[in-house]
Design a protein around this ligand. Structure first.
Ligand code: F6P
Length: 425
């Protein structure tokens, strides 16, 4: 194996850079050249006529007079031009047989000189360039979601671009959408290994995703600061954290900060019930309770007429306004009373993107180190279509399709016991 590539995709997560560095170090150990793909899958899908012409001319020469392979090459050309109706034949045997030989440039820098259009798509990642990015937040390689990748012709172009550069394996760092993309590329003949990179921890097959621990630490720090002011003013506070479909950040933050109430997408809830809990705290003398709500939890909320409720109580509100952390605080204020029967001032904070912008915690940096190394080792052993995760505290790997299958049961993996404990204690 001479050349591999790495990309980051989906929402950026702390530790992505550290994982790239680990991939670079592990590749360098075996004299494997590492190429970085810019902006996730967007970086591989350029449809470039000049490159394709050179690719097919070169591949034809390599194949020589093997009729069967030439037929397959012709089919490949038809498929990538978009003129093949219906499903593609399986191109893997052809691409595997000539792995490395369809490469258009022995030297990657030469390739970029010849095809400068690709300069914004690929970069060389030698150790010297990447070592310093390990502890930086964000992703050095940039990231993006890639709608175009849903089109199989576009994906095939991606595989051929990588093949033309001599890439023999791809490390994908991202969430479940990115895993889907990796599987599709494997089906077309580009071996992929995936690393779970998302702060949400919303992947059922693994105990931890890259970035989750750091995001929780950001939230814990913020909630501690918020609780200091809540305590000073004897005011409850609603804190919204990220987690589109997963309440793990919210739950762990609540556990680690002693927050009194946690609301997550996995468990149905109602505003009235939360108000009742908060009122109980107030009645017991705790005027400074913290409510941690995951951003996706509004989906599992029982219907509540936000506009009607607030307008009736003199709060200016826009028709059709839905619930948010700020509105939840406004509503709780009007549902909870102090001992003098006065509304209780409830404040709110949305932590938002701050959760992504921190340098990786020790846990995430260490996981990135192991995961990056494992990814390279798997590719070197010709293991593909697999994803790396953590089980009982140890790094392991499993087929991507199995990991994705577990997503249907993701809610069953939510720690209800801990959730109940937070709300009961
Ligand atoms: O990384 C996951 C996540 O942070 C979600 O919790 C959030 O809903 C989403 O990404 C927002 O990302 P963006 O606005 O970048 O699409």
């Amino acid at each position: 194996m001479k050349r591999i590539a790495v990309l980051t995709s989906g929402g950026d997560a702390p530790g992505m850079n550290a994982a790239v560095v680990s991939v670079a170090r592990s590749a360098a150990l075996h004299d494997v050249r590492l190429i970085g793909v810019i902006r996730g899958y967007n970086g591989i899908i350029r449809q470039d006529e000049k490159l394709m012409r050179a690719f097919f001319a070169g591949a034809k020469k390599v194949i020589g007079d093997n009729e069967e392979d030439l037929d397959m090459l012709a089919a490949l050309k038809k498929a990538v031009s978009g003129s093949m109706g219906g499903a593609f034949p399986d191109f893997r045997p052809l691409l595997n047989k000539y792995q490395g030989q369809f490469c258009l440039a022995n030297d990657f820098d030469d390739f970029l000189r010849k095809y400068p259009e690709f300069m914004g798509d690929f970069v060389s990642l030698d150790l010297d360039t990447v070592l310093d990015i390990a502890d930086r937040p964000g992703t050095h390689l940039r990231t993006a979601r890639c709608e175009a990748f849903l089109n199989p012709v576009v994906r095939l172009a991606g595989v051929l671009n990588l093949t033309a550069i001599g890439v023999e394996g791809l490390v994908v760092i991202g969430g479940d959408g990115s895993f889907n993309g990796a599987t599709r590329l494997c089906e077309l003949g580009m071996p992929c290994v995936a690393i779970p990179g998302t702060i949400d921890n919303d992947l059922a097959y693994t105990e931890m995703t890259l970035g989750y621990d750091t995001a929780v630490n950001v939230c814990v720090q913020a909630v501690r600061q918020i609780r200091a002011t809540s305590r000073s003013h004897d005011r409850p506070h609603v804190v919204e954290v990220m987690g589109r479909a997963c309440g793990d950040i919210a739950l762990r933050t609540a556990v680690a900060t002693g927050a009194e109430i946690v609301i997550v997408p996995e468990v149905p809830w109602s505003v009235e019930e939360v108000a009742k809990k908060l009122q109980k705290e107030i009645a017991g003398g705790n005027y400074r309770a913290t409510v941690i709500v995951a951003e996706g939890a509004y989906e599992s909320m029982a219907p509540f007429d936000v506009y009607g409720f607030l307008m009736e109580r003199g709060k200016q509100c826009y028709p059709g306004e839905t619930i948010s952390a700020h509105r939840l605080a406004s509503i709780l204020k009007r549902l909870c009373y102090d001992k003098d029967k006065q509304w209780v001032e409830v404040r709110s904070t949305v932590l938002g993107y701050t959760q992504r912008g921190e340098s990786p915690s020790a846990y995430d940096a260490a996981f990135a180190f192991e995961a990056g190394n494992r990814a390279v080792e798997l590719l070197r052993k010709n293991e593909e279509n697999v994803v790396i995760g953590v089980k009982e505290g140890r790094v392991f790997s499993m087929p991507i399709f199995q990991a994705l299958k577990l997503q249907d049961k993701r809610k069953d993996f939510f720690n209800r016991r801990l959730y109940n404990l937070v709300n009961i204690l």
